[in-house]
Design a protein around this ligand. Structure first.
Ligand SMILES: Nc1nc2c(ncn2[C@@H]2O[C@H](COP(=O)(O)OP(=O)(O)OP(=O)(O)O)[C@@H](O)[C@H]2O)c(=O)[nH]1
Ligand SMILES: [Mg+2]
Length: 217
């Protein structure tokens, strides 16, 4: 049996300074810095993981600057995404207030491929910086919020202390893989870099990327 490779574009969005870049740096390079260098436009990073002996998943993580706040550019950045993280800062309640606006922005601008049945992409909510401040919302409130706003799951994270970053990523990836398996049981979905629709992504498609840097870090 040949090696199957899936490629998923994952968005990381949320307000300015909530820790999106730090979460990606932790996930991909296992590093952290307290220096804040705000992302401009969009940045991206790649991570390849083997989920079983025959399956490789290649993740394109799109780190979208908080300053892009629901702006006209996000539509271009979101295109072809198959999952997302929305990050808020547990030390700054205002960043939680914008979570539903980010969710709405994603829901109105990107859909799962038609081959997967369309509909909203799975989104996982991250309450970051819990090393600095406990999440002010109880698990019950978080669950209720996620149900009402159609989040797939939520996690309390710390990029600084490496809390729940891998777990959140694993959750989202396995959720996407399950979606793909359930929707694609008849016709197998193969990665194709030549087309921009149905979740396939070309990093060189200038229609969709205005600012590209070689890596997020
Ligand atoms: N204590 C603590 N600080 C964090 C954590 N995550 C990020 N930070 C700090 O928060 C600041 C902002 O982090 P970034 O990762 O740059 O935030 P961002 O969401 O990418 O910000 P923009 O690119 O401007 O949208 C930096 O000083 C980080 O060191 C965390 O889990 N704990
Ligand atoms: Mg950033």
């Amino acid at each position: 049996m040949g090696l199957k490779e899936y490629q998923y574009k994952i968005l990381v969005v949320g307000d300015l300074g909530t820790g999106k870049t730090s979460i990606l740096k932790r996930y991909i390079h296992n590093t952290f810095t307290s220096n804040y260098k705000s992302t401009i436009g969009v940045d991206f990073a790649l991570k390849i993981i083997q989920i079983d002996p025959n399956t490789i998943v290649s993740l394109q993580m799109w780190d979208i600057a908080g300053q892009e706040r629901f702006g006209s550019m996000t539509q271009a950045y979101y295109r072809g995404a198959i999952g997302a993280f929305i990050v808020y800062d547990a030390t700054r309640p205002l960043t939680f207030q914008n979570v539903s606006r980010w969710k709405n922005d994603i829901d109105t601008k990107v859909e799962l491929p038609l081959a997967w049945g369309g509909g909203s992409i799975p989104v996982v909510l991250l309450a970051n910086k819990i090393d600095q401040h406990p999440n002010t919302r109880s698990p019950k409130e978080m669950e209720e919020f996620c149900r009402e706003n159609s989040f797939a799951q939520w996690f309390e994270t710390s990029a600084k202390e490496n809390t729940n970053i891998d777990q959140a990523a694993e959750y989202l990836i396995s959720h996407i893989v399950q979606l793909e398996m359930s929707k694609q049981s008849d016709s197998e979905y193969e990665v194709d870099y030549s087309s921009s629709d149905s979740g396939k992504v070309s990093l060189h498609d200038e229609d969709r990327i205005t600012v590209i840097k070689p890596s997020c870090c």
